[in-house]
Design a protein around this ligand. Sequence first.
Ligand code: 5GP
Length: 110
Amino acid sequence: MTIFEKIVSGEIPANKVLENDDFLAFYDINPKAPIHILAIPKKCIKDFHNADAELLKGLNEFIKEVAKKVGLDKNGYRIISNIGSDGGQEVPHLHFHILGGAKLKWEKLG
Ligand code: 5GP
């Protein structure tokens, strides 16, 4: 069971932002920006590469709702999904990082 499945089940607490039947958004425990939220499907799918188009369509709409709820739609934001070891993925449960609340840097990563 991934740590995010434990958050979905309530076994581990999280600071929730938005939730529906299929998706959950909560604040990252180790924020990399003034606002750093994770959006996940409740059902565990390993990563973006293994997600189907229908799920990603729902997640797309959900992320936009989350951004609007916290006011990130006004000045913009960044979404990132890390995939596998080179991608820097630590939790093997598909998630999008939603980052904003400041003008974000964009530096060479590799
Ligand atoms: P990844 O490196 O897999 O793309 O991102 C995993 C993210 O999950 C990291 O930014 C990390 O801070 C966050 N995270 C890990 N464990 C927990 C937790 O128990 N609660 C919350 N809210 N975030 C977590």
